[in-house]
Write a protein that binds this ligand. Structure first.
Ligand code: AMP
Ligand code: GLY
Length: 421
């Protein structure tokens, strides 16, 4: 099979790494890729949100299967253009990708599917939104309705914070994403992520994970795209997973199919778990980044067979080969991230890091210049390890970090704390 992966972050490096281990992969191209991906696959420059350009590339290169990494090409309808042109794709249609692209759409689906989630109201008028906050009280959650690169959510502890967030959203800070605002009940509990492959009808869980959104140790400081993750998430045990499948994921898939927009791809359900009961915080229509890195580390080569089966509608015949193992990934980011940070700092020592099925350094924002790796993004490396216990995996990942010589970088020393406490 000739395979094209769209994207160029740590998630796509992990996907490429897993796919390359499967003998069914004859040739792999990643667009645009990064310096780490370039060591294991061919990289191609491409506007991955331009459906016609992606279709053209697939025609010329006889691509058999396309795996879409990030949400932007999905929301832009790239999977639709590929399917119309006869290509096999892993990833939802633009209509189904609204589960991530519109928070109010997801709420509407939850209502129709009777899936447990936070109570909410949607506003297009600033003063009506503020009046709602005054009536409801705090804490309360204010969300820009559209895609805001993970930054359009404010958990307001005081009425002033809530009003300021509403003002910011209606003042255009989030562009078109903020022309409508969703205001939600604050849910108490512990958050965890549930990853389920879907082929329109069948749902097949492929793992659980927990992320570390804040930049600082002890979960302090501003939000980031994620500073580390581990899998499995102890709080999302088998009983919670069954409840999440039966009450949230399967009813969602049934409602999407009923509307004529079946969901195919990976559905990433962000759950809030309290007293053993999950409620939906949000859906994403892609793998999490960095959660994908720990999932791929655990799944290995079978990830390709599973994604291929999802794309072909054969998931009901598939089983996941579970290993009793734990994986962790520690994100190394540029100093200053998530604020302004320097680009072009040199990273040394990567050539001495072990690379095997227990230990991988996935690249996110890197490129190669004159034979040296340089940092080109905010999140730059994902040091990932897999072992029999989470503690061993954590120790292995941090031992690898010791070998990386990057004065321009920073990382959290406490990834995994919640599960290890
Ligand atoms: P989202 O982009 O919807 O995942 O929101 C980002 C983060 O805000 C979530 O991961 C939660 O930590 C928090 N959050 C969002 N909605 C709620 C809610 N209704 N109750 C409590 N926390 C929430
Ligand atoms: N790490 C969170 C996300 O990918 O949305």
């Amino acid at each position: 099979m000739n395979i094209l992966i769209l994207g160029g972050g740590g998630r796509e490096h992990a996907l490429a790494w897993a796919v390359m281990q499967n003998p069914k992969c004859d040739k792999l191209v990643v667009a645009p890729g990064n310096a780490g991906i370039a060591q294991i696959a061919e990289c191609a420059a491409m506007d991955i949100c331009d459906g016609a350009a992606v279709v053209n590339f697939c025609d010329i290169n006889a691509v058999d299967f396309v795996i879409v990494g990030p949400e932007a090409p999905l929301a832009a309808g790239v999977a639709d253009r590929l399917r119309e042109a006869g290509f096999l794709v892993f990833g939802p249609s633009a209509a189904a990708a609204r589960l991530e692209a519109s928070k109010s759409f997801t709420k509407e689906i939850c209502d129709a599917a009777n899936a447990p989630t936070a109570a909410y109201a949607r506003f297009t008028d600033c003063s009506a939104a503020k009046a709602h906050v005054r009536d409801t009280g705090v804490p309360i959650v204010i969300k820009a309705d559209g895609l805001a690169a993970g930054k359009g959510v404010i958990v307001a502890e005081t009425p002033d914070q809530a009003e300021a967030a509403i003002d910011d959203m209606f003042s255009g800070e989030f562009g078109a994403a903020g022309t409508a605002v969703v205001i939600e009940e604050f849910m108490e509990g512990e958050e965890a992520s549930f990853f389920v492959l879907c082929d329109g009808e069948t749902a097949l869980p492929i793992g659980t994970a927990q992320d570390h959104k804040r930049i600082g140790e002890g979960d302090t400081g501003p939000n980031t795209g994620g500073m580390g993750a581990y899998s499995p998430a102890p709080v999302l045990d088998d009983a919670v997973a069954v409840a999440a499948l039966d009450r949230i994921v399967r009813p969602t898939l049934a409602e999407m199919a009923r509307r004529g927009t079946p969901y195919q791809g990976v559905l990433y359900a962000g759950l809030m778990i309290a007293n053993g009961q999950p409620r939906l915080v949000e859906y994403n229509v892609r793998f999490g980044d960095p959660e994908c890195q720990v999932l791929m580390m655990r799944l290995g080569a079978q990830a390709l067979d599973l994604m291929h089966a999802a794309a072909e509608g054969r998931l009901s015949q598939m089983r996941v080969n579970w290993a009793d193992d734990h994986a962790i990934t520690v994100v190394m980011a540029a100093q200053g991230y998530p604020g302004t940070y320097e680009k072009g700092t040199v990273i040394r020592g990567l050539d001495t890091c072990p690379e095997d099925s227990f230990n991988m350094v996935f690249h996110a924002g890197t490129s190669e210049r004159d034979g040296r790796f340089i940092a080109t993004g905010g999140r730059v490396l994902n040091v990932t390890a897999r072992q029999a216990t989470l503690e061993q995996a954590r120790d292995l990942a941090y031992a690898t970090i010791e070998q990386i010589d990057w004065p321009g970088g920073q990382y959290r020393g406490d990834i995994g704390w919640r599960a290890l406490r």
